[in-house]
Write a protein that binds this ligand. Structure first.
Ligand SMILES: N[C@@H](CCC(=O)N[C@@H](CS)C(=O)NCC(=O)O)C(=O)O
Length: 203
C-alpha cells in the first residue's frame, strides 16, 4: 500500500501521527500541495474530491477520509488502542473525536482557509467574514475543553486517543490561523504541551 501525503497540511498529518503512535510504517508518496499537485490527475483519478490523505492498497482499492484511514489501521493493529476500549469507551472517544473535529479543527482551518491569501486558490469562494466568524467559535470550544481537561489528562479519558491527535493538529494550526489560546486556559495549555511533546508529534 501507499499513502499519498500532503506534508504540512493538517489531515495528512493526523494520519502520520496516528501511524507513528501505532509504530506502523507505510510508504509515503509526497504530493506538493503548494504547487496544487493535489488537483492534478494523480490525485483526482484516485479521489474525485481532490483532497489528501489518500491510501491506496496494492489491489488498487482507495481509502480516503482521515478517520476512515485511521480506523482501518486500528482494526489491523489494535495496540496501542487509539479509538477506545469497550462499548462505552469507544463511543466516548467517538464523541470527543467528533466534538474536537467539528468545534475546534473545523473553525481553525476555516479561519485559515477563508482569510489567508495563500488559500485563495484552495477555498473558492474565499469569504474572509466567514473566516473571522470562526475565530471566536474555536476559542469558545477551547473554554469548554479547559473545563473538561481539569478532570482528566486527555480529551476523552486519561488515555491518549485519536481525539487528542485531532486536537493537537488543530492547535498547531492556530498560528497560521492567527488565533491564540487565552492564557487563563491553563488546562488546554498543559494538554497542548503534553501532546506536542510526544515523539509522534514530529510526524
Ligand atoms: N474530510 C477529509 C478532508 C481532507 C482535506 O480537506 N484535506 C486537505 C488537506 S488538510 C486538502 O486536501 N485540501 C485540498 C483543497 O482544499 O484543495 C479528511 O478527513 O481527510
Amino acid at each position: 500500500m501507499k499513502l499519498f501525503d500532503g506534508g504540512r497540511a493538517p489531515n495528512p498529518r493526523r494520519v502520520r501521527i496516528f501511524l507513528a503512535e501505532k509504530g506502523i510504517s507505510v510508504p509515503l508518496v509526497p504530493v506538493d500541495m503548494a504547487a496544487l499537485e493535489h488537483k492534478k490527475e494523480a490525485i483526482s483519478s484516485r479521489n474525485p474530491l481532490m483532497r489528501l490523505p489518500v491510501l491506496e492498497f496494492d489491489d488498487g482499492t482507495i481509502l480516503t477520509e482521515t478517520i476512515a484511514i485511521c480506523r482501518y489501521f486500528e482494526e489491523l493493529q489494535p495496540e496501542p488502542v487509539l479509538f477506545g476500549t469497550g462499548a462505552l469507551g469507544k463511543a466516548v472517544v467517538e464523541m470527543w473525536q467528533r466534538r474536537v473535529e467539528f468545534n475546534l479543527f473545523a473553525p481553525i482551518t476555516n479561519a485559515f482557509r477563508h482569510i489567508h491569501p495563500a488559500m485563495k486558490e484552495w477555498e473558492i469562494p474565499q469569504v474572509p467574514e466567514w473566516g473571522e466568524v470562526n475565530k471566536p467559535k474555536a476559542v469558545d470550544f477551547m473554554r469548554i475543553l479547559d473545563r473538561e481537561l481539569a478532570a482528566r489528562e486527555f480529551v476523552a479519558s486519561d488515555a491518549y486517543s485519536v481525539a487528542d491527535i485531532t486536537g493537537l493538529v488543530a492547535l498547531d494550526f492556530l498560528k497560521p490561523a492567527r488565533i491564540a489560546i487565552p492564557e487563563e486556559l491553563t488546562n488546554v495549555l498543559r494538554w497542548h504541551q503534553a501532546i506536542k511533546s510526544r515523539p509522534s508529534a514530529a510526524a
